[in-house]
Design a protein around this ligand. Structure first.
Ligand SMILES: [Zn+2]
Ligand SMILES: [Zn+2]
Length: 123
């Protein structure tokens, strides 16, 4: 067999990454745009899907302007919340309605939540 084309892509362990052909249907103008820009569609598809699953791209508006704060990862463009973090003190997940960020009045620790600090002990 002659070696034609690119060398196979290797994963972090030096193993060949097995590939599958998938067909996707996209608007013709978008396909033309990608062709004109010389964008590799296979790489683009892989990158975008990976970012979507890693919460690096907003599932609602496809922006990659994701900001992180104490309680969550949120899209800067449309304000969609991609993922809540867990409280550093009790490990319960934050929630915009039920479990908000809080600090104990005695400052025994700095990052807590409504679950682990009763109302009368919140700063
Ligand atoms: Zn968004
Ligand atoms: Zn907590």
């Amino acid at each position: 067999m002659s070696s034609v084309g690119r060398p196979p892509e290797l994963d972090g362990n030096g193993e060949i990454v097995q590939k599958s052909l998938v067909n996707v249907t996209i608007p013709s103008k978008l396909a033309q745009f990608l062709k004109e820009k010389g964008i590799n569609r296979s790489k683009l598809f892989t990158d975008v899907v990976t970012k979507l699953f890693n919460d690096e791209i907003c599932k609602r508006c496809y922006s990659d302007h994701i900001e992180e704060n104490i309680t969550r990862y949120q899209c800067r463009s449309c304000k969609h919340i991609l993922k809540y973090k867990n409280c550093e003190n009790c490990n319960n997940p934050y929630d915009v309605h039920y479990n908000k960020f809080a600090q104990p009045e005695d400052k025994a620790f700095l990052k807590g939540c409504y679950d682990c600090i009763p109302p009368e002990e919140r700063a």
